[in-house]
Design a protein around this ligand. Structure first.
Ligand SMILES: [Fe+2]
Length: 305
């Protein structure tokens, strides 16, 4: 079919309407259909290939892996880049900590602590991690009372709630910064992880000649009244996948130094019984800008229930 014939056919479909439509949904679906028809024509997609793709989408939904494939195809990072651009165009203050993808593993309702928290339940004997810093505005002033929501995987690369072998909300906390904008926590060093090897995300990645590995990282939402909420992650430096993340989440400014401590005298001073690592990291929040989305993106999320 030539382009005119395709456009005429698409119009026949998209022009079919007998009741009021949601104009936004209709506009997006109309465009998507036209683009799909053009793609099928241009790439001579066979019926077998098309139905195979339909079956794939079905399996993706059944496996609850949509939230995994989206970052894997770079779409979540693309949305981040667009939001960065919108904020620049709207004149939002520069110098804030870079945002990066949320991923699909946040769970609301983690215990709240003032100033500091211990994230692990003591059952994971991995390297102890002590992390802390301040929440600041773009002029370097501390932001007291900011909420630092933190969640990360255990040493096996698994998240509580999704991994039922962990205690509820293990490695998940909300820490409210103190009067100097400080937060700190004790936890265990997370490991990187991979897409389920037999799942549909990895199936497609393999067809694309790609791996499905993520470097070790720690997720954060950082929020305070009057500021644009930050969704971000820090990467654990020296992980082999830090610059080869299947989810494209690594960004400059999000790879703090990690100091590993093994000296028995230092361990004794810290009151710990095994080697530990320290990370210092400040979060910088720009002030909110009217007319922009300043909160965490609205999306369906897992719950602990
Ligand atoms: Fe993660």
């Amino acid at each position: 079919m030539n382009k005119t014939q395709i456009q005429d056919f698409a119009k026949r479909i998209t022009g079919t309407q007998s009741a009021p439509a949601n104009e936004r949904v209709k506009a997006v679906v109309d465009r998507m259909l036209l683009d799909l028809f053009v793609l099928i024509e241009d790439m001579d997609v066979t019926p077998e290939e098309f139905w195979s793709a339909c079956n794939y989408v079905t399996e993706l939904g059944k496996s609850n892996e949509v939230g995994l494939l989206v970052p894997g195809l770079g779409i979540e990072h693309f949305l981040d880049l667009r939001q960065d651009e919108k904020e620049r165009a709207a004149g939002m203050e520069v110098g804030g900590t870079p945002r990066t993808i949320e991923g699909p593993l946040y769970v609301a309702g983690a215990p709240v602590s003032q100033g500091e928290a211990r994230l692990d339940d003591g059952t994971d004997d991995g390297e102890i991690l002590l992390m802390g810093g301040r929440v600041l505005d773009t002029r370097g002033n501390p932001v007291p009372g900011a909420k630092v929501e933190v969640w990360h995987a255990n040493t096996r690369g698994n998240y509580s709630v999704f991994d039922q072998s962990q205690s509820p909300f293990n490695l998940r906390r909300t820490i409210v910064t103190d009067c100097e904008g400080c937060y700190r926590f004790r936890s265990v060093m997370p490991s990187g992880y991979s897409c389920p090897p037999d799942g549909p995300t990895q199936t497609l990645l393999t067809l694309l000649g790609r791996h499905g590995h993520r470097p070790a990282h720690i997720h954060f939402f950082v929020s305070a009244p009057g500021f644009r909420t930050l969704t971000t992650q820090i990467n654990i430096k020296d992980d082999p996948h830090t610059h080869d993340d299947f989810a494209f989440a690594t960004r400059d400014g999000l790879i703090p130094d990690v100091v590993h401590h093994t000296d028995p005298a230092v361990l004794r001073d810290m009151g710990v019984d095994r080697p530990f690592a320290t990370i210092a990291f400040d979060f910088t929040l720009p002030h909110a800008v009217e007319g922009l989305t300043n909160a965490v993106v609205e999306r369906a999320r897992a719950s602990a229930a």
